[in-house]
Design a protein. Structure first.
Lengths: 663, 531
């Protein structure tokens, strides 16, 4: 594993972005798809190389790719940190990412914006890789913003759909609210540590006061909540299903939404210092796990059910972080990436074969029509429901066991949340299963004869993911002592952790409870949707109020509209009003003052100055009036005057010369 | 060579304007070519100045000194420091881009370009003046062409003003004001803008004259004044306040902002670009140049005023933008909101935040320049700025939609653009002194995203209204080039900020040393109104 290979991991997709983005319109969709796919494949191979390297030598190493800003005490590099946590994340991101890219080539075939789609997808890969590979908070933040942007672009991929563009904007804004908290955390870290490098921050984390550590951890948590769609910022994720299905699988299930979990685990040195923040993390996770699961019970859109289940499963990961089970959180992240990507992609295949139909009330009986799709969906459902020995069972069981074994009140509360959540998860997933694949077909007749299996380019990734969903759990077997735990022990062990000293009996007991819960949910779903199919309808009528509340997602969107969006608009309106009526009026006041003084001056001009002038003018006028009469215009008058004048002149001459008057 | 380049940046647009007088108006292409050539020359020269400014030496470089009046102490004295150099560069860049943005202006093309060139040249003149007299001279000179550019080539704001408080509008219309054109007319906007800015300039002039009068040496030379003039006590405070509010009115700081959205909305695209992009920065720049350089102690005492007012700027502009429906109003109010960030960066008197503030001036110029250019294009195509009546334009204008997205991203400080670096530096630097303001600023970023992307959605996504079937994308290179130029500058400096950072830093550090070191006894008071 050389530095170059590490750097190449995000560079390959970046090259694909530039090539496809700049000249992609000049060549065929096929070539664009191959470039996109090839770049992610190469990136996966490099990541594999790095992963193998880390397996043999787990000591963290830093690779500086580019010095961005330096000087004084501001020193920021574009650098990567390679340790077991990064290695695991790299495998998930590039591996699952590659499979989803393969699938997308089939799914998006023939779309007008095919090249654009892959440009966004590759850009997402670049950002996500920066996010998991960065060695300092700024690189993490760059990736963080980048994935948010790509999520925006991909949710709004069908931009002529108003709902899609609204969902995209909403996702971006809500994410950004979380990012505001994250930014504040970064500033706090910088102010306290004078650096943003992980290694230096974590090495000195012990010197923080508990209050400061709590403040930083809570700000980080706000960021994580926004990105990972936890309460109270989860509302964007269900709406994000407006994007194409591979996007939902890659971004809104397997990778981006787990970034919050990755971030908490990465910063566990800070969270360990702050018990209050830890409890908050656990509670947020626990409540979200339960809350989202209840909404999932009644949704009728196949992708929305999966979206709420994602929110709920992410809640489990946060719950795990909250009880200090960081390894379990990452373990669940990995298994979840497998089975949730599988479920989404399979849902995409179902939608594909039904010509775009997403409403499960218009499905049913598909197991005979598309058996392979049915089989892989069943595997995904079994995995998420927690049926052993599939992947989900092991990771979820470990999280629940950790909560239970914490042994305090909070631990039991969280365990209860998780257990009820697990029951609901199993129920709604099998409800989805029954309504989609079993029973009577409720498919529209004109769609019905189109039903077909998807092409191999879509099915092969599904099968690979299904395989992973089956065997992925064995990475962490036996619980707490599996390969996974050994691999992550250097990076995800909480401060001062002691291994649980519990009897095998307790562990087996907890497993038995978990299995019972999972099977119970399945059983109930089977009863309601296969045996007594009218029961669901009866209940929804009997508890109509509660049913409607849950169906409308507890009116959370409406509440946010009323308490945040509308007040913002009102404030803007008030600001506008102030501008027009107060500031402008003040200016106008000055104008009026000028006007008034202008009027005053005018009056003065009119009455004093003009008056004075007029007096002169009038005098003139009067005089002129008297003299005017002389100018009569009659020639004889003038002649007479001339004669008289001449006479007088001669007379004067005489007087002057002779000295005596002639007269 | 460097001083020659600097002179070229200043005089190329001037001579361009003079040359245009002799070009007949019917030779429209010739007119445009002359304008573009002079702006291009200025751009090249300014790029040379920016690149060859040596951050290791620091201080004022490329100086030219021609005595004008010995006994009055006035000299034509120009030169740039690490703050002036990037601003000169971005002014020339926006001028060059603006000339191409207004390529399709048919009405009195020649006169339009003459005024545009004078506007830009005067702005550039302020950024390089080392003499208070000429600083003021250029400052006033930059305000006046705005009046004509708005009044002649502007556009009326129609009834849809968007932000319509009907009562307020009625009041504004009914008022028997000494200019009674109707509240939505471009004449109203032009008049309001000119009066506001001229009034501000008069205050600033009073401050400058007081400095001249009470300094031991009677000179307008900033470099001499900063060594020899000492102001304190009531007189010093009065001078500082005159200078600050006089120049802040163009910045514009709340509550002196109300001319700016109206002005931006009415102005033609290139004028809005230059105006929001660089003219508004004259305010910050002149405060730094005059108040920070000449009166460091008083700056330290009184700068918390800016820290208080900037909160209002940020919040106020943000909320009004969120409510507004008119594209140019949104961008205008967002500019006035973003100016609050610069004031925050200046108020903290920390070298990271002040460096960030200077970079932000540059970054904001590019981002807002792009937004105004594109809002102008959309207006030209659709004759509408009312967002609810638009929509779905991405189908007809894919290139513009992409560019608009990039501009929005730059505006919200997405990593990879220079705005990100600026924003982070402002916020990191001012955190210790003004944590409350920083929280407001961070929330302001969220708000920025909300209104910009709401606008993005309203303009480009959704269904295309049939009346806009005929609209065109920017397809010719003259239309695309200015956008690509601004985008690539924003991204280039976002990825390679090092030289930029060093240049600004070389000037900011000694300046702040002077501010923070003189009489440290008072330093305790600067903890701020909101500790």
């Amino acid at each position: 594993m050389s530095d170059l290979i590490v750097i190449l991991i995000p560079v390959f997709p970046l090259i694909a972005v530039l090539v496809n983005g700049l000249v992609g319109h000049r060549y065929s969709h096929d070539l664009a798809g191959r470039i996109a796919l090839g770049s992610v494949g190469l990136s996966f191979l490099c990541a594999l190389n790095v992963f193998v390297g880390v397996m043999s030598d787990p000591t963290p190493r830093e690779v500086i790719a580019y010095s961005w800003i330096f000087g004084g005490d501001l020193n920021i590099n574009l650098g990567f940190l390679i340790d077991p946590l990064t290695a695991i994340m790299l495998m998930v991101v590039t591996g699952v990412g590659f499979l989803i890219h393969v699938y997308s080539v089939g799914y998006m075939h023939g779309e007008e914006g095919f090249t654009r789609f892959f440009v966004y997808m590759n850009l997402f890969m670049v950002s996500m890789l920066l996010l998991v590979m960065g060695n300092n908070y700024l690189v993490l933040f760059i990736g963080w913003e980048g994935v948010g942007l790509c999520s925006y672009l991909l949710i709004g991929y069908y931009f002529t759909k108003v709902s899609a563009s609204k969902a995209a904007t909403k996702a971006f804004v809500v994410n950004r609210i979380g990012d505001a908290g994250f930014l504040l955390a970064i500033f706090l870290i910088f102010v306290n540590f004078k650096t943003l490098d992980y290694t230096k921050v974590f090495a000195n984390a012990g010197q923080l006061s508990t209050e400061m550590a709590t403040a930083i951890a809570l700000c980080l948590l706000v960021g994580a909540i926004g990105k990972s769609a936890q309460l109270p910022l989860f509302t964007w994720l269900p709406d994000a299903m407006e994007g194409p299905t591979p996007v939902s699988a890659l971004i809104h299930a397997a990778t981006m939404v787990t970034a919050g979990v990755y971030m908490v685990v990465r910063n566990h040195a800070l969270f360990d210092m702050a018990p209050f923040a830890m409890a908050t993390v656990g509670l947020v996770g626990g409540i979200t796990a339960l809350f989202a699961a209840t909404i999932g019970l009644v949704q009728n859109d196949i992708k929305r059910v999966l979206a709420y289940s994602t929110v709920s499963q992410l809640g489990y990961m946060f719950l795990a972080c909250g009880v200090g089970a960081y390894t379990a959180a990452i373990f669940h992240l990995v298994t979840h990436a497998f089975f949730k990507a599988l479920l989404f992609l399979t849902a995409g295949a179902v939608i594909h074969s039904l010509n775009g139909e997403q409403d499960i009330r218009k499905m049913g009986g598909l197991s005979k029509r598309i058996p392979i799709t049915h089989a892989v969906f069943l595997i995904g459902t079994l995995a998420i429901a927690g049926i052993p020995p599939l992947a989900g069972f092991w990771s979820k069981d470990e999280i629940m066991a950790h909560a239970f074994l914490q042994g305090d009140f909070l631990g039991y509360v969280l365990y209860a949340f998780a257990a009820i959540g697990a029951f609901l998860t199993s129920f709604y997933m099998f409800r989805l299963m029954y309504l989609t694949f079993y029973g009577q077909s409720r498919v529209d007749p004109e769609v019905d004869h189109h039903i077909h299996e998807s092409p191999p380019v879509m099915m092969v990734p599904l099968m690979v993911l299904a395989g992973l969903a089956i065997v992925g759990g064995f990475l962490g077997v036996p619980p707490e002592h599996g390969w996974f735990h050994g691999f992550l022990s250097t990076v995800a062990t909480p401060l001062g952790a002691v291994p649980h000293e519990v009897s095998t009996g307790t562990l087996i007991g907890l497993m038995a409870v978990a299995i019972t819960i999972a099977l119970g949910g399945w059983g109930l779903a089977h009863y309601m949707y296969s045996v007594n199919t009218t029961l669901a309808e009866e209940w929804s009528e009997r508890f109509a109020g509660a049913y409607r509340t849950v169906l409308n997602k507890y009116y959370v969107d409406e509440i946010y509209d009323a308490i945040i969006v509308e007040p913002c608009k009102r404030l803007g309106q008030i600001g506008d009003w102030v501008d027009q009526n107060i500031i402008d009026r003040f200016i106008r006041g000055i104008g009026h003052g000028a006007d008034a003084s202008g009027a005053g001056i005018t009056w003065m001009e009119k009455h004093v100055i003009y008056g004075g002038l007029n007096v002169i003018g009038y005098a003139n006028h009067v005089l002129a009036g008297s003299w005017r009469k002389m100018q009569s215009g009659l020639v004889n008058h003038y002649a007479a005057v001339i004669v008289i004048g001449l006479f007088l002149l001669v007379h004067l001459l005489f007087v002057w010369l002779v000295g005596t008057s002639v007269l | 060579m460097g001083s020659l380049a600097l002179l070229t940046v200043l005089f190329a647009p001037f001579f361009g304007a003079i040359a245009l007088i002799f070009v007949p108006n019917r030779e429209a292409l010739m007119v445009r070519m002359v304008a573009a050539a002079s702006a291009g020359l200025a751009l090249l020269a300014s790029a040379y100045v920016f690149v060859s400014y040596d951050p290791n030496v620091g201080g004022f470089q490329f100086k030219t000194h021609w005595t004008w009046s010995e006994e009055l102490g006035i000299a034509f004295y120009i030169g740039v420091d690490g703050i002036g150099a990037p601003l000169v560069f971005v002014s020339a860049l926006l001028l060059f881009a603006g000339i191409f943005v207004s390529w399709h202006i048919k009405d009195r093309t020649k006169e339009f370009y003459i005024f545009l060139l004078i506007l830009a040249a005067a702005t550039i003149g302020v950024f390089m003046s080392l003499d208070l007299f000429f600083l003021y001279f250029f400052y006033e000179m930059s305000v006046l062409p705005m009046y004509l550019l708005l009044g002649v080539w502007g556009s009326h704001t129609k009834g849809y003003l968007g932000m319509t408080d009907p009562e307020g509008l009625k009041l504004r219309d009914s008022t028997k004001f000494f200019f009674n054109f109707g509240a939505n007319s471009k004449e109203y906007a032009a008049m309001k803008l000119t009066l506001f800015l001229s009034a501000g300039a008069v205050f600033a002039l009073m401050g400058i004259l007081l400095i001249y009068h009470f300094s031991p040496v009677h000179t307008f030379d900033i470099l001499v004044l900063r060594e020899q003039a000492k102001f304190d006590g009531l007189l010093g405070n009065i001078i500082w306040l005159l200078i600050f509010f006089g120049f802040a009115s163009i910045a514009p700081i709340w509550p002196l902002h109300s001319w700016s959205p109206v002005g931006h909305a009415a102005a033609p695209a290139a004028t809005s670009m230059l105006h929001a992009g660089v003219l508004m920065k004259l305010g910050h720049f002149s405060i730094i140049r005059v108040a920070f350089e000449i009166m460091p102690e008083i700056t330290r005492e009184l700068m918390p005023i800016a820290a208080v007012l900037c909160v209002f700027s940020i919040i106020y502009g943000g909320f009004v933008s969120y409510y507004a429906r008119d594209t140019k109003y949104i961008i205008g109010y967002s500019s006035s909101s973003h100016m609050g960030y610069i004031f925050l960066g200046m108020a903290a008197l920390d070298y990271i935040s002040l460096t960030g503030a200077v970079i932000y001036m540059f970054a904001h110029a590019l981002a807002t320049g792009m937004l105004f250019a594109m809002a102008g294009w959309i207006y030209d195509q659709t004759h509408s700025r009312d967002i609810p009546s638009l929509g779905g334009l991405a189908q007809k204008m894919p290139f513009l939609a992409g560019a608009f997205l990039v501009a929005c991203m730059a505006s919200i400080g997405m990593p990879g653009t220079i705005n990100f670096i600026a924003e982070v530096m402002i916020i990191v630097g001012s955190w210790e002194k003004y944590p409350f303001q920083v929280i407001v600023a961070v929330l302001g970023i969220v708000l920025t995203l909300a209104y910009l992307f709401k606008m993005m959605r309203g303009l480009f996504y959704g269904k295309l209204s049939p009346e806009f079937e005929h609209v065109r994308d920017t397809s010719q290179w003259v239309d695309r080039m200015p956008l690509l130029l601004m985008i690539s500058a924003s991204i280039f400096f976002g990825i390679f900020p090092m030289h930029f950072y060093n240049v600004v830093r070389s000037t900011v550090e000694p300046m702040l040393d002077r501010i923070n070191q003189v009489a440290p006894a008072i330093a305790q008071n600067t903890a701020g109104i909101f500790p």
